[in-house]
Design a protein around this ligand. Structure first.
Ligand SMILES: NC(=O)c1ccc[n+]([C@@H]2O[C@H](COP(=O)([O-])OP(=O)(O)OC[C@H]3O[C@@H](n4cnc5c(N)ncnc54)[C@H](OP(=O)(O)O)[C@@H]3O)[C@@H](O)[C@H]2O)c1
Length: 364
């Protein structure tokens, strides 16, 4: 490797967000100046990333803390997209960055993935809140309880910046939607779909109807996968060219949203698509209460999120997380193009693909 190459370490390469970011890095005009290393737990996918895409891969999991720390230490830029709630993993990454700084004097850059779930209230579908967060209102973000989801990890990231051994940036996507496309997805290496919609569809199919908690009046912000991947790349580019333009540390929060939706409306669109596909007997939403919503989701939880339980999923799905992405627009020139209208228009297609996946799982 020539010493002037930008060393990059990325987690979550086989995921929806990480795959989208990696794909943009691979298509970047300066690709030849990047040395990209990823941590991948599926051996076969690791081999293919290496062979077919020229990406150096290390087989391992976020739980391999020593490996994680070493990989972070070897990189000037770290994109962490794999799991925004794994405190041990972020601590290992930060230890690696600290070691790098102490040994080489380099000030490494961390682009960490969090989520606007951190902003959620406890409305449980009952009402639409007036509270709208902004990522330029740091006092508002700092007032969040340290127990909020994603918050313990974000606080560790901010503390690292304050300690002076890394520059840290936290991207907070809202609900990401849209089918990710391109070579990494077409070859089946990366996951093309978001987390929450498959869960909704799975739950509806298993229960025979689509549930709504209380009035389903709560509001979530949303962003398209293409637009959020663009935010990561704009941040990366700006950090390499004019780092002073990019806020970091306690001010380095970058919300990703370009619109918002009411839970009930989103679920009705899913119910209509499932009814049209003959998977539920009526498109009418069935109203649940706090007391009985848990089991509706529990039976549909894939192993990856089972630890949260159905009640917790319902609290997240039916919370208000209203927010404005002001910082990326100001500092990175981020200009998302997809809106909530696109999300709702694309949902029937997303549902169709989820059903295909469920059918394939069943017959496997
Ligand atoms: N999608 C959204 O709407 C959204 C919005 C805000 C925040 N987020 C957060 O962003 C993160 C990534 O989301 P995503 O939508 O990209 O999820 P995803 O498609 O499920 O991708 C997760 C990626 O992380 C990897 N990974 C997970 N646990 C790992 C472990 N223990 N060791 C090694 N690799 C591990 C997965 O590897 P495998 O392929 O081996 O599973 C995959 O590459 C999550 O923490 C999520 O909560 C997502």
């Amino acid at each position: 490797m020539s010493s002037d190459k930008v060393t990059i370490f990325l987690t979550g390469a086989t995921g929806y967000i990480g795959g989208s970011v990696l794909q943009r890095l691979l298509a970047h005009p300066n690709r030849k100046n990047f040395e990209i290393t990823t941590l991948v737990r599926n051996t076969e996918k690791a081999k293919r990333l290496d062979k077919e895409f020229g990406v150096k891969t290390v087989v391992g999991a976020l739980q391999d803390l020593d490996k994680l720390a070493t990989l972070a230490e070897n990189a000037h830029v770290v994109f962490h997209t794999a799991d925004c709630d794994d405190l041990n993993a972020i601590n290992a990454i930060l230890n690696g960055l600290k070691a790098r700084h102490e040994k080489t004097g380099d000030l490494p850059l961390l682009i960490h993935t969090s989520g606007t779930g951190e902003l959620m209230d406890d409305a449980r579908g009952a009402y639409a809140s007036d509270k709208v967060y902004s990522d330029i209102d740091i006092a508002g973000i700092e007032a969040l309880p340290p127990t909020a989801i994603h918050r313990p990890v974000d606080l560790a990231v901010v503390a690292a910046d304050a300690a002076g051994y890394a520059r840290t940036h936290i991207i907070m996507p809202s609900v990401i939607y849209g089918i990710a496309t391109g070579p990494l997805f077409d070859t089946g290496i990366a996951n093309p779909q978001t987390i929450i919609f498959p869960l909704y569809v799975r739950a509806a199919v298993l229960n025979g109807h689509v549930a709504v908690l209380n009035e389903g009046a709560t509001i979530w912000a949303d962003v398209h996968i293409v637009d959020i991947a663009d935010m990561y790349i704009r941040m990366f580019d700006t950090l390499l060219s004019t780092p002073e333009k990019v806020s970091h540390g306690r001010e380095g929060y970058f919300i990703g949203e370009n619109g918002e939706f009411v839970a009930r409306e989103n679920l009705q669109t899913i119910a209509d698509a499932l009814f049209a596909a003959g998977r539920i007997s009526s498109p009418k939403l069935v109203q649940y209460s706090d007391a009985n919503i848990g089991p509706y989701y529990s039976k549909a939880m894939p192993a990856t999120v089972a630890e949260y339980g159905g009640q917790m999923i319902a609290r997240v799905a039916f919370a208000n997380t209203r927010c404005k992405a002001e910082r990326a627009r100001r500092e990175l020139g981020w200009a998302p193009t997809y809106t909530t209208k696109d999300m709702l228009a694309g949902l029937p297609y997303e549902v169709e693909l989820i059903l295909k996946r469920l059918d394939a799982e069943k017959s496997a």
